[in-house]
Ligand binder design. Structure first.
Ligand code: NAD
Length: 414
């Protein structure tokens, strides 16, 4: 039998593929910026997150980690982390949403100083549960689009009383993670789990933000006929100018063979669309939790529901049309049967930015409550580390170019 390299340490295989985090861990082990600080991490508990958690621990933090989605808890990762000094896991594979809620409260009861979240669920809980409070919380770093929207909604409601770094909104995150990481991992999972080819198929992508643009562009690059649905007129024009067909979902529903939702919103595919779907259509979601496709409504309408194979549920409608839903409408790139989440090369910079954001909360200037952009100097630090890791060199401005760029009177410069 072939001995599996990562049998004892499920993170081993990825350590060489996360050089940015390794550099930060090595520097952190000397400076210990998080010494005396407890950091709560809530994210998909899979190997790349494990390396991020270890990086924080190596830099001096006591880390309490939990899941943001019960479907993406990897048992081997949780067991490994829980056995590590300085790390405590509040999650287990197969846990229900109610179990996860309880685990979140238990973790927050331990009074973490900094939250590092994916989806802002832990942050929201601090305000939703009467026995919890933000007393002593220095701040939060949030890594995804919907979590940042949620933090902004808390600020707009006058609830948010801690600073939150919108790590998702920093270029070194969304330019790569949302576009390339989600785009490639989503389509890979769809193709592997359904064993179908995308070339020549009509793929409908709902939402043309960073994620949707990545999915649609990559689907077209491998030969799909792409259709985009949008609610933002500028994004719709962008999709049109990028060469995709733009349609309202009512019309897209009639032509699509594969649907990928990427809006961060709810009920993007619902009853009126199910009525129009073609026989054999496949639906999946890479946007927000399990709410973008109204799966319970589809189940209610269906004459028969069958688990076709792992990760594929077939809904046979009363008129005989068969509609397949992947990963129960949860994030197909993270909870599907073959899912490994984003490639390590992408998560390396995302978690690198999360690490620098958390470090800035602890050792940087005090910030007002509210949602803040990650300082550009930190975003550029991650970019430099990434370029170093890639062995890619770039030019720098000459003194003359610098002066020319900064001047408004330019005639005496050149
Ligand atoms: N699966 C993953 O690994 C992963 C990774 C990164 C982000 N995400 C999630 O993907 C979602 C999208 O992220 P993003 O960075 O692209 O956000 P974004 O804000 O850039 O894009 C979302 C787009 O959806 C559009 N939209 C909203 N409601 C719509 C509707 N009803 N119909 C059609 N379009 C609609 C918006 O106008 C916007 O253009 C978020 O929920 C984010 O958290 C998932």
């Amino acid at each position: 039998m072939v001995e599996r390299h990562h049998a004892e340490d499920p993170l081993a295989r990825l350590r060489d593929r996360t050089p940015v985090l390794r550099t930060l861990a090595e520097a952190g082990a000397e400076d210990l910026p998080f010494e005396g600080t407890t950091v709560a991490v809530s994210s998909h508990l899979e190997p790349k997150t494990g390396i991020f958690i270890e990086t924080l621990r190596d830099a001096g933090a006591e880390v309490l980690c939990t899941a943001n989605d019960p479907g993406s808890v990897h048992g081997d990762v949780v067991a490994h982390l829980d056995a590590e000094p300085g790390i405590t896991a509040f999650a287990e594979p197969g846990m229900s949403v109610a179990d996860l809620d309880r685990a979140h409260v238990e973790l927050l009861d331990r009074g973490p100083d900094v939250l590092a979240t994916d989806g802002a669920e832990l942050l929201a809980k601090l305000y939703a549960e009467p026995e919890l409070s933000t007393d002593g919380v220095i701040g939060c770093t949030e890594q995804t689009t919907s979590g940042v929207s949620r933090a902004r909604a808390m600020a707009a409601d006058g609830v948010l009383d801690v600073p939150v770094f919108a790590v998702n909104h920093t270029p070194m995150k969304h330019w790569f993670d949302n576009v390339h990481g989600t785009g490639e991992s989503a389509l890979t999972n769809v193709m592997i789990s359904t064993n179908t080819i995308l070339s020549g198929r009509t793929v409908v992508v709902a939402g043309y933000g960073y994620v949707g643009r990545g999915v649609a562009t990559k689907a077209r690059a491998i030969g799909a006929d792409t259709v985009v649905t949008e609610v933002d007129p500028r994004k719709a024009i962008r999709a049109h100018m990028d060469g995709h067909r733009v349609l309202p979902m009512d019309e897209a529903a009639e032509v699509g063979e594969l649907f990928v939702t990427a809006t961060g919103n709810c009920r993007v595919l619902r009853g009126r669309h199910f009525e129009r779907l073609r026989d054999g259509a496949t639906l999946c979601n890479v946007g927000h939790r399990d709410v973008e496709i109204a799966v319970p409504e589809l189940a209610e309408t269906a004459a028969e529901v069958a688990e076709l194979e792992e990760g594929i549920t077939r809904y046979t409608l009363p008129d005989g049309r068969e509609i397949d839903v992947l990963a129960e409408g949860k994030l197909v790139n993270l909870t599907g049967p073959y899912s490994q989440g984003h490639p390590a090369a992408v998560m390396d910079s995302t978690f690198g930015a999360m690490f620098l954001a958390a470090r800035e909360l602890v050792v940087g200037a005090e910030r007002d409550p509210g949602v803040h952009q990650l300082p550009e100097r930190l975003d550029k630090d991650i970019a430099r580390l990434k370029l170093d890791a890639l062995g890619v060199e770039i030019d720098s401005l000459t003194d003359l170019q610098q002066r020319y760029r900064d001047a408004w009177r330019r005639d005496d410069i050149v």
